[in-house]
Design a protein around this ligand. Structure first.
Ligand code: FES
Length: 321
């Protein structure tokens, strides 16, 4: 086993289609076993262009104490220019460099009842959670939505393992997304909600959960997609309050990317707008919120923003940095 497991080179043991545009990958080490991880964990895979891409780890057994392999599910994104497109070229025998597992979407209380809601490839971390809950004998309900049966990865394995706890939903057959409000209202008292999927699903689920009386600390979510630049994005300035320095944030770059390149030390993790670690106080200016962390009231207040994804509606933001 290498001395330093913060970066590991693994070999692709299996690369198979799991659904339309979804590739299931198993990565194995040249030594005995890999570092342990908890449900909800992800690894960052190095890409040829020097960037990294996070993928959740799939643990089918609910016991990843000494895994012999890491299993991933990779969606080929429609507009991919490198990340998922590169991952989809991998085949058995190829080598992949990854970081050690990290977890910003952990099971909060593995004994409490859980409502798991997955949208598309957002199912991957929830597979591990469902397995862990099942292994503990905890009550759980697992709602898995996809655009169509052909787009649903891992269906057979999930049906075999989770029986009646699993509810499948196909948008094309149902005429739209699942009825989240009813799901939340039907949840047992004390239920923790875990949602992983695209932004609209997370926003709807959170709103439905709050409406059904879930306390905020029982609502957990993770976006599986990075925030894409939007048409019409404009450059804006960021003033660092502590030094008075001013930087221009161009379209296609985040505040974090620009400031970090200028040597400013920042705290962040997900860079998708769902973990809340990069939250920063806004002293002047109007943010253009693109995260899923802040509530509508916090957004309307305009005093905080997630600097990994959010931009500005005003020409300049003065940030408490
Ligand atoms: S780094 Fe996670 S919300 Fe910004």
């Amino acid at each position: 086993m290498p001395d330093d497991l913060t970066r590991m080179t693994l070999q692709v043991k299996r690369a198979e289609a799991a659904a339309d545009r979804v590739l299931a990958l198993s990565l194995e080490p040249a030594w005995g076993h890999l570092p342990a991880y908890q449900p909800g964990a992800h690894v960052e895979v190095s890409l040829p262009d020097g960037t990294t891409r996070a993928y959740s780890l799939i643990d089918w057994e609910g016991d990843a104490d000494a895994p012999a392999a890491y299993h991933l599910g990779v969606l080929l994104e429609a507009d991919s220019t490198g990340g998922s497109a590169h991952m989809h070229t991998l085949k058995t025998g190829d080598q992949v460099s990854i970081g050690a597992p990290k977890n910003s979407f952990a099971l909060n209380d593995g004994n409490a009842p859980a409502l798991l809601i997955a949208g598309g490839i957002g199912v991957t971390p929830l597979i591990s959670m469902a397995a862990a809950l099942q292994a503990k004998g905890a009550a759980y309900r697992f709602i898995y939505a996809a655009r169509s049966p052909a787009a649903m990865a891992f269906r057979g394995e999930l049906e075999a393992r989770h029986g009646k706890a699993l509810v499948l939903h196909f948008d094309d057959q149902a005429g739209g997304p699942p009825d989240l409000a009813t799901l939340m209202q039907d949840a047992a008292p004390g239920t923790h909600l875990y949602v992983c999927g695209p932004r609209p699903m997370i926003e709807s689920a959170r709103e439905a959960a709050l409406g059904a009386g879930f306390p905020a600390d029982r609502i957990h979510f993770e976006l599986f997609e990075k925030t894409a630049p939007r048409e019409g994005d404009q450059p804006f300035e960021v003033e660092v309050a502590s030094t008075g320095q001013v930087f221009t944030i161009p379209p296609g770059k985040s505040i974090i990317e620009v400031l970090e390149a200028e040597g400013i030390d920042l705290m962040y993790d997900c860079q998708r707008g769902d973990c809340g670690i990069c939250q920063t106080e806004v002293l002047e200016g109007e943010p253009d919120h693109r995260d899923v962390v802040l509530s509508q009231a916090e957004r309307d207040g305009g005093k905080m923003m997630q600097i990994c994804v959010s931009r500005a509606k005003s020409a300049r933001l003065k940030l408490d940095l």
